[in-house]
Design a protein around this ligand. Structure first.
Ligand code: Z57
Length: 743
């Protein structure tokens, strides 16, 4: 349901292999390519990592000639724009279609009716009964195609996004009954379905509009897929041969019930035959670790919006539970845990359980994530169906994250490898390892990095008015704001650094390694703690940046409105990046991979993808700290008796005492990490965090060592290309082969 595509011009021109000719042609017209490219706004039809992952995967699918389609919604308003006023986040609508979207192609003839509400009746049929859904509302889905050109191939695939339009059928009825006003109002109402992206990254509120969006998108996509299948096939038994559907999280999992409905109610296949087909076509990727991150749909809501789908889900659950009883006996606790239907205060449908039951493969997004799924979140299911569980470690596309966003590094790599082939075959980056100690490479490498830092420094000054020195270490944390990602740990670490500088003898200050700390990210509008973290960051920045005592030794910048384009600018200019989630909480994390490719060193906990990054580049090439995943539960148990270093108490006290102002506002934030409430273990990890930071400082002084580590980071990033991820999906999950364009 989400794709964070960012800009398209540079990416498309590069993938098509016409970047330079295009730039020359523009020049003749009096335009600079770079200046023009900057004019494009981001397509931000998604929230965070999950949505950018889909975008990277589309690039890999196209480049590797796989015959794939991406389906989503054409939200009129993408992810909100973040504006910082007095240090607080404010949201503004992102009306990205205001000036038109030159990339999309409206397919006026590719439209499908999508139905909602109404009742289900029994109808006589062939001497028996069958169910008929009599819907109460019809909305039209119109296809908008966004081409995704592959690199080094003529293959271009399609991101097909659905927009909701009023259905004329319904209107005619209203006009005929003279209800003109209502007909117009209904037309308006239809369009609201695809009007706005929900900005809550992984928190589900059981909103009707959200469920409507999900079904709208699922129904239109399936009608499209089935129509295409029927163009050349007449027997649905061939369907699994031709179609593989990958559910990106549970957001599209209504598709399972919808395929059953179409096959049984409309195509009149028997239930068992339809069920066989369903079980062969779906696979499911899950992106979360926490049980509370799992989507639940209240039964009441589903019953009123999609009454037939609720029946189908009940029927699937009935058969499944009967089967389960035969397998595991009458263990009612376990049966109720594993049921698709949750009988609680609010009876609801567990979408993840539905997806697991009906999919042939359940993918995690990193190895440790998959281990957690098997041993905790989906333990019961793993014991029942171990063969279903697998993982495909996430990856990112080197086309966008090196070639487009870091052209000078890209040219340098091609020069030293003597080939551009790494752009399609990223494992070739490993060839840089041999040169990791080469003094000439070091000099060129540092030069490229410096130019990128200058570009970033200019941006920082333009955005925030803060002047930063490019000889300082640029230390970056950019991602959605979440308690588990621990931006607060970063900020408290900065407060500690500030406090140390303030308390130092003047003569010792020369030993401090200058830092520019950069934080960016959006908070979900309803997530109060995340909003407070942003305010705290800005309050601390205000104090530090205006303290003449500190000068260039320490700066803190909050970059507003973090998005794909900002990432493209910031990542190449970072020396150090932070991936500091409490171990066992980040399913994967893909930002780290982008930094790694760009030769930025990582300061990280052993969580999600960083565990696998360690295996590629070694512990010595990064700065690791913090409690290990298996230690976390026991540490939490300790509650208020858990030992916390004095420095931690001291920096929290500074915030509590109003050292940065806004004392009342920050109180609840401080309460979250003290007095036995420190769920994410900031206090426990503080000491080792500071040690990792000190190690980074020490290494930064040794520029020769730093540069070698930087080169080895890029050289070791090959495994984290989405090309590898997609190849694994193609071979192991979908059973498809490249389909190269013959002309
Ligand atoms: C989201 O961006 C992710 C997981 C979710 O359950 C939702 Br909802 C949104 C992220 C994970 O937090 C990252 O760890 C992961 O790298 C990313 O999805 C892509 O798999």
């Amino acid at each position: 349901m989400e794709f964070l595509m960012g800009r398209s011009l540079s990416n498309s021109a590069i993938n098509l292999g016409i970047r330079d000719q295009y730039a020359d042609a523009l020049k003749e017209l009096g335009f600079e390519f770079e200046v023009l490219a900057e004019q494009e706004g981001d397509a931000a039809l998604g929230n965070g990592g999950l949505a950018r992952l889909s975008a990277c995967q589309m690039d890999s699918l196209a480049t590797m000639d796989y015959p794939a389609w991406g389906y989503g919604l054409r939200y009129q308003y993408g992810l909100f724009r973040q504006v910082i006023l007095d240090g607080y986040q404010h949201e503004q609508p992102d009306y990205w279609l205001n000036f038109g979207n030159p990339w999309e192609i409206e397919r006026v003839h590719v439209t499908y009716p999508v139905k909602f509400y109404g009742t289900v009746e029994d109808e006589n049929f062939n001497g028996g009964k069958r169910k008929v859904w009599l819907p109460g509302e019809t909305v039209e889905a119109v296809a908008y195609d966004n081409p995704i050109p592959g690199h080094g191939t003529r293959n271009t695939i399609t991101l097909r996004l659905w927009a909701a339009k009023p259905s004329d059928q319904i209107d005619m009825e209203s006009y005929n009954t003279g209800d003109y006003i209502n007909a117009v109002v209904n037309r308006q109402r239809a369009e609201t379905i695809s009007s706005v992206l929900f900005p809550d990254d992984r928190s589900y509120q059981g909103k009707e509009l959200r469920l409507k969006q999900q079904y709208f998108f699922v129904s239109a996509s399936l009608q499209d897929i089935i129509r295409r299948f029927k163009d050349s096939h007449s027997n649905f038994d061939d369907f699994p041969e031709k179609v593989a559907l990958q559910l990106n999280d549970t957001h599209p999992s209504l598709a399972i019930a919808e395929v059953m409905r179409v096959l049984v109610d409309e195509e009149h296949l028997g239930w068992n035959r339809a069920w066989d087909i369903v079980c062969k076509i779906f696979s499911f990727t899950t992106h979360t670790v926490l049980p509370e991150g799992l989507e639940k749909v209240p039964v009441d809501l589903l019953e009123s919006l999609l009454p037939r789908h609720l029946q189908i889900i009940y029927d699937i659950n009935f058969d499944y539970i009967e089967e389960l009883k035969k397998r595991i006996g009458l263990d009612y606790d376990r049966l109720s845990r594993m049921s698709i239907v949750e009988d609680g205060a609010i009876k609801s449908i567990r979408m993840a359980n539905l997806a697991i039951v009906c999919s042939h493969t359940v993918n995690g997004v990193s190895r440790v994530h998959s281990e957690l799924l098997k041993t905790r979140v989906f333990k019961d299911f793993y014991e029942l169906w171990p063969h279903k569980f697998d993982y495909k470690t996430n990856g990112v596309t080197q086309r966008r994250w090196i070639v487009v966003s870091n052209p000078s590094l890209s040219a340098l790599i091609s020069k030293w490898l003597g080939t551009e082939a790494w752009i399609r075959d990223v494992d070739l980056l490993a060839g840089l390892q041999e040169q990791a100690a080469n003094a000439d490479l070091h000099e060129e490498w540092r030069m490229v990095r410096k130019v990128n830092k200058m570009r970033l420094a200019e941006y920082i000054e333009a955005m925030s008015g803060v002047k930063v020195s490019v000889s300082a270490m640029f230390d970056v944390q950019i991602k959605r704001i979440h308690e588990y990602k621990r931006q607060l740990l970063n900020i408290l670490g900065i407060v500690h650094r500030y406090d140390c500088i303030k308390n130092m003898e003047k003569s010792d200050r020369t030993k401090v390694v200058p830092r520019v700390c950069i934080i960016g990210g959006k908070a979900a509008p309803g997530y109060e703690i995340a909003r407070k973290i942003i305010k705290l960051c800005n309050a601390v920045a205000e104090k530090i940046n205006n303290d003449p005592d500190v000068g260039d030794l320490l700066k803190l910048v909050f970059i507003p409105d973090y998005n794909v384009s900002v990432a493209e600018l910031v990542i190449p200019g970072a020396d150090l990046s932070q991936h500091i989630s409490t171990a066992g909480h980040e399913a994967s994390g893909t930002g780290s991979m982008k930094f790694l490719m760009n030769g930025c060193l990582l300061l990280a906990t052993e969580d999600g993808s960083t565990v696998e990054i360690i295996e590629e580049i070694g512990k010595d090439n990064m700065f690791l700290f913090g409690a290990k995943m298996h230690e976390v539960p026991a540490l939490r148990e300790k509650g208020p008796t858990l030992k916390v270093p004095l420095q931690f108490a001291r920096v929290v006290r500074m915030v509590r005492d109003g050292y940065f102002g806004f004392q009342d506002y920050f109180e609840s934030l401080c309460d979250k990490v003290e007095g036995g409430n420190d769920f994410y273990l900031l206090g426990y990890d503080f000491q080792s965090y500071l040690e990792a930071q000190a190690a980074a400082d020490k290494t930064f002084v040794d520029q020769e060592k730093w540069t070698r580590m930087s080169i080895l980071s890029t050289a070791g990033s090959g495994r984290f290309s989405s090309d590898r991820t997609i190849e694994e999906y193609a071979e192991k999950t979908w059973g498809i082969e490249p389909c190269r364009c013959p002309f």
